[in-house]
Design a protein around this ligand. Structure first.
Ligand code: PMP
Length: 396
């Protein structure tokens, strides 16, 4: 017999989300996640993927992944500390360390659990974490898990960060204090003010943690936000994901050898959960090699991002303050953003609406993620669809 309390809880809350336009529909994609995707038999221009460089369907990655299935099978077999550390995991970590310019790297099964793992392995109830108010959900959850005092500072507000860092230090309440930020904020496409953050961190001896899920492959000629600012020696944790620009699955922290050594003995998802499959590990490594060999995909991504931004701006849309290829189109009211996205879908463009609680209330948007794999023709078609729907809804 199922629980009545649970049924009431679920039914009431689901109904409320739907009534308030806060319910996200999930459409299954048939076939690969490329610049054109098939949803319900309809071929759509895909502007909602984090596959920034098109590597998720790259032939070079597919080839090594298939070979790894033949040589190593489909699963790692055990958690890393028992006998699930394959040579392929070690080779991936070495390549990532080279890519990031750090002494060492530890890899995890996803970016999300990497943040949960790494933050909580280092911070505890006697510590404090200064966290940008727009940081990703996985950072927030990692901070909560650590039981450290969470002190939010205004988004990229360096005066607020300095003030709160000083208060935290002066209080004498905390053993360690960390400042943590996204490198690139995925909902707006703006870049963290890392030079100022590092300066404040030096002044107050803060531990620095950058989640570069959206900066890797995109900034610093591919090596990420920290490299973009030339701050490799000044950031303690360079966290990244292998699921976005790298095109596969997994997460990692790049840093000094003693940090990585500590995470290997203390971070629970590393100790108690099986690592990514052989195919994932080799495909990720191949992707990193490709980024290190050439900036071709990176350059194409930026060219496409700039093209789409210019087109939408010219039509009169509010594309916010993005400094990266991420192109938000801010509509405002949640239901209007969802309606806009629905109509774009009818017009052949898949650009997902993002609403509260992912972004603040009243800033509902359609977020566009152009990639290196889009052609100019695809982007032109998307801009035309925006014009049509924008006029229909009286927004431009
Ligand atoms: N951090 C940020 C900033 C992200 O945007 C995401 C993914 N949305 C993650 C971490 C989690 O990464 P993954 O998808 O690899 O779990």
């Amino acid at each position: 017999m199922s629980s009545k309390v649970l049924d009431v809880f679920l039914n009431e809350n689901l109904a409320e989300l739907k009534a308030n336009g806060l319910y996200n529909e999930i459409e299954p994609v048939q076939g690969p996640n490329g610049p054109i995707i098939d949803i319900n038999g309809k071929k759509l221009i895909n502007l909602s993927s984090n596959n920034y460089l098109g590597l998720a369907t790259d032939e070079r990655l597919k080839k090594v992944a298939k070979e790894a299935v033949d040589t190593h099978g489909v699963g790692a077999g055990a958690v890393r500390t028992i006998n699930g550390t394959l040579n392929l995991h070690i080779e991936l970590e070495k390549k990532l360390a080279e890519f990031k310019g750090t002494e060492a790297v530890i890899s995890y099964q996803s970016g999300f659990n990497c943040n949960m793992a790494a933050i909580s392995a280092v911070m505890d109830k006697n510590d404090a974490i200064l966290s940008d108010e727009l940081n990703h959900a996985s950072i927030i959850d990692g901070c909560r898990l650590s039981k450290a005092k969470i002190i939010r500072f205004g988004h990229s507000d360096m005066d607020d960060l300095r003030k709160k860092a000083k208060e935290a230090v002066d209080s004498g309440l905390y053993n360690k204090i960390m400042v943590i930020t996204d490198g690139v904020f995925s909902m707006d496409g703006d870049i963290a003010k890392l030079p100022e953050i590092v300066e404040i961190a030096e002044e107050f001896d803060l531990i620095t943690y950058v989640d570069d899920a959206h900066g890797s492959g995109v900034l610093g000629k591919g090596a990420g936000t920290v490299k973009h600012f030339g701050l490799q020696d000044k950031v303690d944790f360079q966290m990244g994901t292998l699921s976005k620009a790298i095109g596969v699955i997994g997460g990692y922290v790049a840093g000094k050898a003693n940090l990585i050594e500590w995470l290997k003995v203390r971070s629970r998802p590393f100790l108690f959960s099986t690592a990514v499959s052989p195919a994932d590990a080799v495909a990720s490594r191949r992707a990193v090699e490709i980024l290190m060999e050439s900036t071709e995909l990176h350059d194409k991504l930026w060219e496409n991002g700039n093209y789409l931004k210019a087109g939408l701006k010219q039509l009169g849309f509010n594309i916010g303050n993005s400094e990266t290829p991420i192109t938000p189109c801010i509509i405002g009211e949640e239901k209007a953003a969802q309606e806009f996205s629905r109509r774009l879908l009818e017009a052949g463009v898949y650009a997902k609406s993002i609403v509260f609680p992912t972004v603040p209330k009243g800033t509902g948007r359609v977020r566009n993620m152009p990639t290196a794999a889009h052609t100019k023709e695809m982007l032109d078609q998307a801009i035309q669809a925006y014009e049509k729907v924008g006029k229909e809804m009286g927004l431009i």
